[in-house]
Design a protein around this ligand. Structure first.
Ligand code: ADP
Ligand code: MG
Length: 610
């Protein structure tokens, strides 16, 4: 049998490697920006077209390359950053694998113009699908200018699986920010489809963070600083009120390299325990500097995983550093040491006998037991209790609803026919500024005012988005909203959807938005808050399709602009809300699938009087 094993041709090998290194346009942006930093640049300009699908350009004023190096840089495992195995343990540059350019050139059309500092002439080289097309002398500027066009032009499947421009651009912004946040001494610019998204001058770290996230963060940053023999931790944590439900504003950098680490995240999160609501994540940007020999950055080609030699020590140091920083700013007491001391005091000396804690267990409890008998008792109890509380004006309505949940009166069905018919001249009363009560053809209907209005608005906004147009009410005095620049950029991508919701927005730049028009049902005082909320929501990358995203936007706005509990409604308002609810496609349920209305059937009422 003849030998059948062959070495893969370079272009094939490169394309395979590219699968790991270049997953999406953002990966190329990251690699090119890191190369610029490694080359000692102090200005880096990133120009993107169509979320990087048609163009990714990175221009730096770094060292530049010679003609031969420019050619060599596209070879696989070609690097100027390490030479021998030992160097792997002392990596101070971002790159070291020598794979990035070879990978990018395998799956795109690349042009590079580069000139060494002080050289009289530079070189221009084009390469496409790993094949060099041309190289000639060029009178370009000092430094390097990479243009990557039509990424994945020769890998249709990859191109097909790229997400929408909005999502791909979000990834680019993420990578851009990570590099920008580690190099405040470097000037960065980001342009997308001709408009400036970031313009970050050289500055201090604190100012850089403020430029990236918006000026409202200026007051909100608490410095963290901890020096130990193992590691130095510096950076900032946000005050508790900057915490958000969504993750994304949490950054760890090790030796200026962005990393993810859930274990260390826990160290920070637990230092915030009790200060932020459950499920909220505090903002933080924490920078570790550590001897490169103490870590291994070599785990993954995209290098966001890093292994520490002594992770537990780093955890403890980090936790203490954050706690201390919060304590120093009077945000949380740092009583850890005192507490330990207190625990050593023997109870005998204090003169009080301390009872050991006890746990009571109901050994007869069986969670699987069904209790139908108790349930009907529940109804009886409810009526008895109602008797007692009627004078208080239905104080226990919460309890009533809970009880009703358990009995068969409610049963909302998701079918249109079963919606109770409300007479034109029906009377309406409002209970506890929370529920609307009205008689129907066969009983009594209780409508949750907030959920009902949410449902009505949601369907209205969704229709507007489907049609691509909505009414907007011009405001007399346009207000400005300041957003984190990344969210601002994403909101700008969704400008037409915002317009369909009724927002007329002017994108000024550097995170600023001017609000010129708002949906008619939104109070002017709420508009800025709602826009901030929508921008924040949009910046979550859930990878959903457009329809789902539109639904989410519509819910978010509906929830934000609906009538709230506690709001007094007039009879005509209640009547109108009930009529609009009846005209909904799915009147029974609110966004969280919770019921909007319940009915007390006449037969049920009669039974109670029997
Ligand atoms: P790595 O960064 O891991 O060394 P790359 O493929 O990213 O590998 O780059 C290969 C080499 O090309 C680098 O080692 C560097 O010498 C050179 N290079 C890449 N980008 C630049 C740049 N912007 N300026 C100067 N030299 C560069
Ligand atoms: Mg590199």
């Amino acid at each position: 049998m003849p030998d059948i094993i062959q070495l893969l041709p370079d272009n094939v090998a490169n394309q395979i490697a590219a699968g790991e290194v270049v997953q999406r346009p953002a990966s190329a942006v990251k690699e090119l920006m890191e190369n610029a930093i490694d080359a000692g640049a102090d200005t880096v300009k990133v120009i993107i077209k169509d979320a990087g699908k048609s163009l990714i350009q990175v221009i730096d004023n770094g060292s530049g390359m010679s003609d031969t190096d420019a050619r060599m840089s596209f070879e696989r495992h070609a690097t100027s950053k390490i030479r021998k195995t030992e160097d792997l343990f002392h990596i101070v540059t971002k790159g070291f694998r020598g794979e990035a350019l070879a990978s990018i050139a395998a799956v795109a059309q690349v042009e590079v113009k580069t000139r060494l500092r002080g050289a009289s002439l530079g070189t221009r080289l084009t390469i496409e699908g790993s094949r060099v097309q041309s190289q000639e002398p060029d009178g370009c500027a000092e430094g390097t200018n990479f243009m990557v066009r039509n990424l994945f032009f020769n890998v249709p499947a990859r191109r097909y699986f790229l997400k929408s421009d909005g999502i791909e651009f979000r990834h680019i912004v993420d990578e851009f920010q990570r590099v920008a946040l580690t190099h405040p001494g470097v000037e960065f610019n980001l342009l997308h489809n001709g408009s400036e998204v970031f313009s970050l001058p050289k500055t201090t770290l604190r100012q850089r963070i403020v430029h990236v996230f918006g000026s409202r963060y200026n007051e909100k940053l608490v410095p963290v600083e901890e020096q130990t023999d193992i590691v130095t931790v510096t950076g900032f944590v946000g005050k508790p009120d900057t915490s958000k439900k969504t993750r994304g504003d949490q950054f760890f950098f090790i030796n200026d390299r962005f990393i993810r680490n859930t274990y260390l995240h826990h160290a920070v999160a637990s230092a915030f325990e009790g200060l932020v609501p459950a499920g909220h994540h505090p903002l933080y940007l924490l920078y570790f500097s550590i001897d490169p020999a103490q870590i291994d950055v070599n785990i993954h080609p995209t290098k966001t995983e890093v292994k520490f030699q002594d992770e537990r020590a780093v955890y403890a140091i980090l936790h203490a550093a954050v706690k201390r920083a919060l304590g120093r700013h009077n945000i949380a007491p740092t009583l850890d040491f005192d507490q330990e001391a207190a625990m050593q005091v023997s109870p005998v000396h204090s003169g009080i006998t301390v009872k050991p804690p006890e746990i009571r267990i109901n050994r007869d409890f069986n969670p699987f037991e069904s209790r139908p008998a108790q349930r009907s008792e529940g109804v009886k109890e409810w009526f008895e209790q109602r008797e007692r509380t009627t004078s208080d004006g239905w104080q226990s309505l919460h309890q009533i609803q809970k009880d009703l949940d358990q009995i068969e009166v409610r049963a909302p069905q998701p079918s249109r026919q079963s919606l109770p018919e409300l007479a034109d001249d029906a009377s309406y009363i409002q209970l506890e500024r929370r529920y609307i009560v009205t008689p129907s053809s066969n009983g009594l209907v209780l409508i949750d005012q907030q959920r009902a209005h949410e449902r009505v608005l949601f369907e209205q906004y969704r229709r507007q988005m489907q049609k691509g147009e909505g009414t907007s009410q011009q405001v007399l005095f346009p207000e400005q909203v300041q957003l984190p620049v990344a969210e601002w950029a994403i909101l700008q991508e969704r400008q037409h959807e915002m317009a369909a919701l009724g927002f007329d927005l002017e994108f000024i730049g550097s995170g600023e938005v001017e609000v010129r028009g708002i949906p008619p049902e939104v109070p002017a005082s709420d508009a800025c808050g709602l826009i901030t909320q929508l921008a924040n929501m949009l910046s979550e990358d859930t990878g959903e399709i457009a329809d789902e995203l539109h639904d989410r936007m519509a819910w978010s706005l509906a929830r934000g602009s609906s009538i709230k509990y506690g709001q007094l409604l007039t009879v005509p308002e209640m009547k109108e809300l009930a009529a609009r609810l009846a005209a909904c496609d799915e009147p029974w349920f609110a966004g969280n699938r919770k019921p909007v209305l319940i009915t007390l059937q006449q037969s049920f009422i009669e039974r109670q009087f029997a």
